[in-house]
Design a protein around this ligand. Structure first.
Ligand code: HEM
Length: 482
């Protein structure tokens, strides 16, 4: 039915290239967007038929659809279920609405403010490591390697108050951290190998067994923390820091687990241990690699455009001049205007997530009186929308001036959707933007970032990475900090 309908209204594309997520595959998507401009139907073998959309006017009605008719398809998201359980990312309908209401307070500014100190500290550790490696004569730094360990370090502290020291020992000795990396890796492998989409086959394979073992490690780690914290709260009441009295460095900051344990719906009911565990596992999955990809690509883009890097650095130096401390505070974030424009342009050009997929229980109208029949899988292409020449002139050029506030006003708010949009947008968006700004600001204050020794080839592995790392060079600008 879907294909019949679209034969009347929307062009088809059949190229196998467009299924690939490497450099060639991404260039094929660029070509597809240049050719079709708003959407096309896409066949994945004889069974799956998909509508691919890459124009703000077409993605808007889909992203704005109420949760009651919106579903995440099992084809992509189902593979994550054994790891993430019934969490916000994977649930639908009323279950999702309840969870979203209960989780929203965890991302309130009053809570996020507490994490800025953690972002500063984790960045400082990364920078100390860089200075040591520079002194040892290291030239190329694979940004993903360092930045993803640093975002993991921060997220473990913000979610569980767990200080893993993973940046000091590359996390190799920590069973939980190895399991997190292994799960992301195995999830990508499974997605790419069709026979492993069948549980029966996958669970009997060596990779399936490794996946199960890693899930057990992650689940028991999270369960132990949730149980322990619940009994502490039952015995001693809410943590003192919850009432904003924490003295930084002396007491534990209120973390996500605390907030989730104390969250109540309108009937006074909270989340069960099982639900909290699922949310915490999801934050670890959804929050660390995405933010690491975003930060790494900002540094790459600024390395390639020294003029913008210099402008960011003056902004940051002006902000911090005359202060005793190098710490970026919550209030500083809104002063980093040009730096934020550079970050947004990088999120456009190198969007960490390439697409989100949905299906709907009703026919959906898109412009031109076209209808997407109920049940069709819709691939809302973030990558394609961000590179649509009808919306972004010269889309492949890195130009932060596109995010000059006056220019942004003239664009559809669905033209820039790195965190998706509408009711199911990213709940961690403000957390991520705060972390990115702290890390980028401190890095540019202390280092000049220069292109690495070899060109990069983009590659989506859940998040946008590269084939064989993202090498950049670093030049220290100030003496190492105490
Ligand atoms: C640059 C960093 C990030 C990017 C680009 C990003 C992007 C996204 C996108 C595109 C979605 C929609 C997924 C979908 O509809 O299938 C999403 C959802 C989500 N993100 Fe993020 N994310 C980032 C950081 C974070 C962080 C730091 C957290 C948590 C600490 C987080 C937690 C979540 C959760 C729980 C959802 C599901 C929301 C729902 O369905 O209601 N994300 N994110």
């Amino acid at each position: 039915l879907c294909s019949l309908f679209f034969s009347l209204s929307i062009s088809y594309s059949l190229s196998l290239h467009q299924m690939r997520s490497d450099e060639d595959g991404l260039q094929a998507v660029d070509e597809l967007v240049r050719t079709y401009r708003h959407s096309c139907a896409w066949f994945l073998g004889p069974f799956y038929n998909m509508v691919r959309l890459f124009h703000p006017d077409y993605v808007k009605p889909l992203l704005l659809a109420p949760a009651s008719i919106t579903y995440k398809d099992e084809l992509f998201y189902g593979l994550m279920r054994p790891w993430l359980g019934q969490s916000l990312l994977l649930t639908n309908g009323t279950k999702w609405s309840r969870q979203r209401r209960l989780l929203t307070p965890a991302f309130h500014f009053d809570i996020l403010k507490n994490y800025i100190y953690i972002f500063n500290k984790s960045t400082n550790i990364m920078h100390e490591n860089w200075r040591r490696l520079l002194a040892e004569g290291k030239k190329d730094f694979n940004m993903f390697e360092y930045v993803s360990m640093m975002t993991l370090d921060s997220l473990l502290k913000c979610t569980f108050s767990y200080d893993s020291h993973c940046q000091e020992c590359s996390g190799k000795s920590d069973e939980y951290i190895s399991a997190i990396f292994e799960l992301s890796d195995l999830a990508v492998k499974r997605q790419r190998y069709l026979p492993h989409h069948w549980d029966w086959v996958y669970h009997r394979s060596a990779e399936g067994r490794r996946f199960r073992r890693a899930c057990e490690i992650v689940h028991s780690f999270t369960a132990a923390i949730v149980q322990d914290r619940r009994s502490k709260i039952d015995q001693q009441g809410p943590p003192e820091s919850f009432t904003q009295t924490a003295k930084r460095g002396y007491r534990r900051t209120v973390d996500f687990i605390d907030v989730l344990l104390l969250s109540r719906d309108e009937n006074g009911e909270g989340l069960s241990n099982e639900e909290i565990k699922a949310q915490a596992d999801t934050f670890m999955f959804a929050g660390h690699d995405t933010t690491a990809s975003a930060i790494s690509w900002v540094l790459y883009n600024l390395a390639m455009h020294q003029e913008f890097q210099d402008r960011c650095r003056s902004e940051i130096n002006d902000l911090l001049s005359g202060r005793d401390s190098e710490e970026i505070t919550w209030d500083d974030l809104s002063s980093l205007t040009f730096t934020t424009m550079c970050i947004k342009e990088s999120l456009r050009l190198h969007s960490p997530i390439s697409a989100v997929t949905r299906y709907y229980s009703q026919d959906m109208s898109v412009p031109g009186e076209r209808i997407i029949p109920a049940g069709s899988i819709c691939l809302i292409s973030i990558y394609g929308t961000h590179r649509n020449p009808d919306v972004w002139p010269n889309p492949e050029v890195y130009d932060p001036m596109r995010f000059d506030p006056d220019k942004s006003k003239q664009r559809s708010s669905y033209a820039f959707i790195p965190f998706s949009a509408g009711p199911r947008n990213c709940i961690g968006q403000s957390f991520a933007m705060a972390e990115i700004r702290v890390v980028v600001a401190l890095t540019l204050r202390r280092f000049r970032v220069l292109p690495g020794s070899k060109p990069v080839k983009r590659f989506y592995m859940i998040v946008m990475r590269t084939e064989g790392g993202l090498p950049l060079m670093l030049e220290p600008l100030m003496p190492a900090q105490e």
